[in-house]
Write a protein that binds this ligand. Structure first.
Ligand SMILES: Cc1ncc(COP(=O)(O)O)c(C=O)c1O
Length: 442
């Protein structure tokens, strides 16, 4: 039976086995251990049988509803079908030389042992200085900045360090997939507020109504993956007053802050009364096209930083030392670096958006990030997963189905996400393939 633990999709959608979550491919569930046997003795005693029979998947309850991430699935299929990957958000070009040189130098200089748990002091200072430049806020690098292994770890450390089992956390759907999983690890109850096309604006009344006496935090992301929406000042002010009135935290994921095209990025921490209740999460990956380095950070007042650092201490303890030293060089980049980055991405965005419109998609405006969301329904496929499958196999292009970013996957069934963090030839090539092979049905 194709029952999605999040909802209904698998039954309604004709997933092929290649797109089925790992859990569903191995459907027999129960494991019978001999009494007193540990998992490792069980393994050893059965080594020979292990080679012949596949064992059922074992996963803790808190994670059993989650699947192989869609990004892994799509990137694997892209390789299998030789498709152009406009799915997963990693650039197909390299990060800047001055940052790579700094990493090489750090390795040569012997900066290769464990770093201080909450960050190499110079990096904490560079993060605080950049935050000051960007937001006007002065933060203490020693007490208010924690360096983590990517923003993904900053998110996990924040949830595990600050959220108690049973706490309610409000998220805006569609949302980056690690939010729900890490909230689940923390035992939190996730409440979704859906941002709807065409502008994906925040339904402020719905948001207000969602707050209860169990609500601990609002988790937001601006510029927003996958929609490219940027939270407006008015939306941020409403969220801020709601948080102040109800004594809530805000966890604000701002990894795309330097990819704000249509308006200025606003950090909610900079609004009056908000710093003391906000955790600002960020990383190096998107801004410096070095997504594999996994250098991230959390900025929060000392009373919140303590919990984040406690979780971080026992998750990873410290982050790659030479990469932290290189991050110091990165964050000191001149303004011209950030201007050029935006200019380059603007050109890429124009190529993709124009191309997608010519192909026949309804393209929703994207103000920030390197993503754009489209309505695929003119091509007559029953849902986003079926469309993405068709696109990979018959057209040779990868996009990401957005239903995976919703608590109720039905809400994303008409939408798919393309990324433009690829070189211009790749973007043109993908558009050309779609123009040739994708035909509108309606
Ligand atoms: C909204 C959002 N937050 C966080 C991350 C992860 O950042 P990092 O690679 O630094 O862990 C991503 C990566 O795609 C993202 O889109």
């Amino acid at each position: 039976m194709y029952l999605d633990t999040r909802g209904v999709m698998l039954r309604q959608f004709s997933f092929k086995s290649s797109l089925l979550p790992f859990n569903y491919l191995r459907s027999s569930a129960k494991i019978h251990l001999p009494i007193g046997a540990t998992m490792s003795t069980f393994k050893n005693q059965n080594e020979s049988t292990q080679q012949q029979t596949q064992k059922p998947v074992q996963v803790a309850k808190r994670l059993e509803k989650f699947k192989t991430t869609i990004f892994t699935q799509m990137s694997t299929l892209a390789i299998k079908h030789g498709a152009i990957n406009l799915g997963q958000g990693f650039p197909n070009f390299d990060g800047p030389d001055f940052v790579k040189e700094a990493a090489i130098q750090a390795i040569k200089d012997g900066k290769n042992q464990y770093a201080r748990g909450h960050g190499v002091p110079e990096l904490n200072s560079a993060i605080a200085a950049r935050f000051h430049k960007d937001t006007g806020l002065v933060v203490d690098p020693e007490k208010e900045v924690t360096v983590t292994s990517g923003c993904t770890e900053a998110i996990a450390a924040t949830m595990l360090g600050l959220i108690n089992p049973g706490d309610e956390v409000i998220v805006f759907a569609p949302f980056y997939d690690s939010y729900e999983a890490t909230l689940s690890m923390a035992g939190a109850k996730v409440k979704g507020i859906t941002l709807r096309p065409p502008d994906f604006s925040v339904p402020l009344e719905e948001l207000k109504a969602a707050v209860t006496n169990k609500t601990r935090a609002i988790l937001m992301n601006t510029p927003h993956n996958p929609t490219g929406k940027m939270f407006t000042r008015e939306e941020l002010e409403t969220i801020a007053s709601l948080c102040i009135e109800n004594d809530l935290l805000v966890l604000s994921d701002e990894v795309y802050d330097k990819l704000a095209f249509e308006m200025d990025h606003i950090s909610i921490a900079s609004l009056p009364g908000m710093f003391e209740r906000t955790v600002t999460l960020n990383s190096l990956g998107k801004t410096f096209s070095l997504t594999g380095w996994k250098i991230g950070w959390a900025i929060a007042p000392p009373h919140l930083t303590w919990g984040i650092r406690q979780a971080h201490s026992y998750l990873t303890f410290a982050t790659s030392t030479p990469a932290q030293w290189a991050a110091v060089a990165a964050l000191k980049a001149p303004d011209s670096y950030f201007k050029e980055l935006k200019r380059d991405y603007n050109t890429k965005k124009e190529i993709l958006v124009k191309g997608l419109k010519e192909v026949g998609f309804k393209v929703f405006p994207s103000s920030g990030t390197y993503f754009v969301v489209v309505d695929h329904t003119p091509f007559g496929l029953e849902n986003d997963v079926a469309f993405c499958e068709y696109l990979i196999e018959e057209v040779g292009v990868v996009a990401i189905p957005t239903s995976v970013f919703y608590l109720n996957p039905e809400e994303g069934k008409n939408l798919v996400r393309f990324t433009f963090c690829k070189d211009e030839d790749t973007l043109r090539g993908a558009v050309e393939r779609m123009k040739q092979k994708l035909k509108r049905k309606v």
